[in-house]
Design a protein around this ligand. Structure first.
Ligand SMILES: Cc1cc2nc3c(=O)[nH]c(=O)nc-3n(C[C@H](O)[C@H](O)[C@H](O)COP(=O)(O)OP(=O)(O)OC[C@H]3O[C@@H](n4cnc5c(N)ncnc54)[C@H](O)[C@@H]3O)c2cc1C
Length: 397
């Protein structure tokens, strides 16, 4: 039996603590806040999208997909474990939410299990330094110095720093000799000078195609929100990890927006619609296909009057209009900041840890959750990774 200190009572640290205690270790969980799971409470707009039926490496970014794949093989054990804690899912299009549809219930169930297992949780305890000497760890906190055999670092990333995860974990790890892959915002909105105030408030189901230095990289389909500064919404968030890294390397990032992705041949579609609705103006033809604000912006940009008829447009005007509707180009200037990002890309390299997430540099030091260089797209993949990594570490201590 070892004395294990887990630093950070987020989802990954809690699961690591529970599994470690089940193995018979003495466990102390340290949390700087006065309660656990402060970030967890914000997830899924308060509904907590904690899992997804499609968990697999395709939905993540990391620097070691082989190791991530091995970790994700534990997914069935982990979802069963969550069920055993009383977390009952409501599954909507692969997305898992608690049946109660409130994130509070997941937090309560996790906390209840900490109490049931008699795990010592020290709240308002901030870890400022970790020293490793003669096979022991010495953990400096604002209250006391704690000596232990094993440490699990579950301090999160630096997204939404006011939840408690402000990036200190990277400093603690780097002081212990770890290389940190550059940490950048992910699952965040994007700024572009090509989008202005007139777009603000428009929401559409769109397809975004991402180009970096003129090369097509990836597409993303889903809800797009246009703001007064750029692009937001799930389909933007899902490209933001790549955008962050590309902009950091000073590459050109361009997104082409298809505002009508469900229509295959838009030119023919409008021609046919025009034949059926021959008295209609171009604006009326587009009515019911798109938000009226967007129709006005696009017609303006193509220098076409609302009352023009499709059959009176020149071929050039028709092509221009089709192009703006299906391939509207937006150059991305920057991403939003850490305060407005749901997670981070970068962190502790998976190349510096073993299959059970033990450091290859300092024995008996482990990492769980978002501090690692693993970030998922929207849909419950980040919490799923937090739970899986916590489970793997706690089970193998
Ligand atoms: C607004 C928002 C919505 C989100 N929605 C979803 C969603 O619906 N689905 C999804 O899968 N993911 C979502 N995420 C991401 C998800 O919340 C995180 O990936 C997940 O919480 C990471 O868990 P973690 O245990 O690694 O870290 P965290 O949850 O960040 O927990 C780390 C803990 O460590 C503590 N800590 C940090 N430093 C110290 C220190 N020095 N001493 C003591 N304690 C310390 C912190 O206070 C914190 O409690 C969302 C994130 C945000 C911000």
């Amino acid at each position: 039996m070892a004395k294990v200190v887990v630093i950070g009572a987020g989802p990954s640290g809690i699961i690591a603590s529970l599994k470690a205690k089940e193995k018979g270790h003495e466990v102390i969980l340290l949390e700087r806040n006065d309660k656990c799971g402060k970030k967890l409470l914000l997830t899924g707009n308060g509904k907590c999208n904690y899992w997804n039926s499609a968990i697999g490496i395709d939905n993540y970014y990391t620097d070691n997909y082989e190791l991530l794949n091995n970790l994700l093989k534990n997914k069935d054990k982990v979802i069963n474990y969550l069920e055993s804690l009383g977390i009952t899912p409501k599954i909507i299009d692969n997305y898992y939410y608690p049946l109660s549809e409130t994130t509070q219930s997941i937090k309560e169930l996790l906390q209840l299990e900490l109490i049931r297992k008699n795990i010592k949780v020290l709240y308002n305890t901030y870890v400022s330094n970790i020293e490793y000497k003669n096979n022991y760890f010495y953990i400096e906190t604002n209250n006391e110095l704690i000596k232990c055999d094993k440490v699990v670092l579950s301090t999160g990333s630096k997204a939404y720093p006011n939840t408690g995860s402000d990036g200190i974990g990277y400093i603690l790890s780097s002081n212990l000799g770890h290389k940190i892959n550059k940490v950048l915002p992910s699952l965040t909105s994007l700024y572009s000078r090509d989008i202005n105030k007139s777009f603000s408030g428009i929401r559409v189901d769109a397809k975004l195609s991402l180009y970096v230095n003129d090369t097509f990289i990836k597409e993303s389909i889903g809800n797009l929100q246009l703001t007064n500064y750029g692009l937001s919404g799930i389909c933007t968030f899902n490209l933001s990890s790549i955008v962050s890294k590309s902009l950091d390397k000073k590459k050109n990032v361009l997104i082409k927006i298809n505002f009508l992705p469900s229509i295959d041949n838009l030119f023919k579609f409008i021609e046919d619609r025009n034949k059926r609705l021959k008295d209609f103006t171009i604006s009326e033809i587009l009515e019911s296909l798109l938000n009226y604000k967007l129709i006005n912006i696009i017609l303006d940009k193509a220098k076409i009057k609302k009352e023009d008829k499709w059959h009176n447009l020149s071929n050039y005007q028709k092509e221009l209009l089709i192009n703006y509707l299906s391939s509207y180009e937006v150059k991305i200037d920057k991403t939003n900041d850490f305060n407005n990002s749901q997670c981070c890309t970068g962190g502790i390299s998976l190349n510096d840890v073993s299959n059970n997430l033990e450091s290859k540099i300092i024995p008996n030091l482990y990492f769980t959750g978002e501090i690692l260089d693993v970030d998922g797209i929207c849909g419950g993949f980040n919490l799923a990774f937090a739970f899986i990594s916590g489970f793997v570490v706690g089970s193998n201590l």
